[in-house]
Write a protein that binds this ligand. Structure first.
Ligand code: ADP
Length: 161
């Protein structure tokens, strides 16, 4: 049976932190299904279509990584793609409470899907999509935190391009 993991998130936008988790996990699993959340209460800067497009562009060269949008429960998304695992990245203790609760709730709803936490690399632990958006909005340089295509998309979006 192929080992399949899904990696759900908002990806508003995808950052080097996300890419690090995906690259490391692509070596552990036969395939990674990246799930871009469609309906987001977070009021994203980028539309669903834009988040999908950027995520696909950035991950397109990775042979065992696929990108799909999803609007259903994460456990349903996992089942739909035959994933046994939901991957989540942990940056700091501040991520832990919510992630632990989420994992427990998902496990309550679906005992056939396991959550696996991956610690952020020391070099990426401070990167978050929200900080990247904020820095870009204030004309800061985000090129160290996101791929060039994402930096350009941020610039265009925030300058109304
Ligand atoms: P969500 O809205 O589901 O939290 P995000 O796109 O913000 O979506 O994050 C998706 C996943 O990636 C989460 O598990 C988050 O903790 C993880 N993540 C985000 N940034 C980093 C980073 N710099 N290093 C490691 N994991 C990260």
């Amino acid at each position: 049976m192929p080992r399949i993991a899904c990696y759900p998130g908002t990806f508003d936008p995808i950052t080097n932190g996300h890419i690090d988790i995906i690259t490391r996990c692509a070596k552990l699993y036969d395939s990674i299904i990246v799930g871009v959340a469609q309906n987001d209460k977070k009021n994203p800067l980028f539309s669903f279509a834009e988040r999908m497009q950027l995520t696909e562009q950035v991950l397109g060269a990775m042979p065992n990584v696929k990108v799909h949008g999803f609007g259903e429960l994460t456990i349903e998304f996992a089942r739909k793609h035959s994933a046994q695992v939901i991957l989540r990245g942990l940056r700091a203790v501040s991520d832990f409470d919510f992630e632990f609760q989420l994992a427990a709730m998902n496990r309550k709803m679906a005992t056939d899907v396991e959550t696996v936490f991956i610690p952020a690399s020391a070099t990426d632990a401070y990167i978050s999509s929200s900080l990247v958006r904020e820095i870009a909005a204030l004309n800061g340089d985000v090129s160290e935190f996101v791929p060039q295509v994402v930096a350009t998309a941020l610039y265009n979006k925030l300058r109304g391009g």
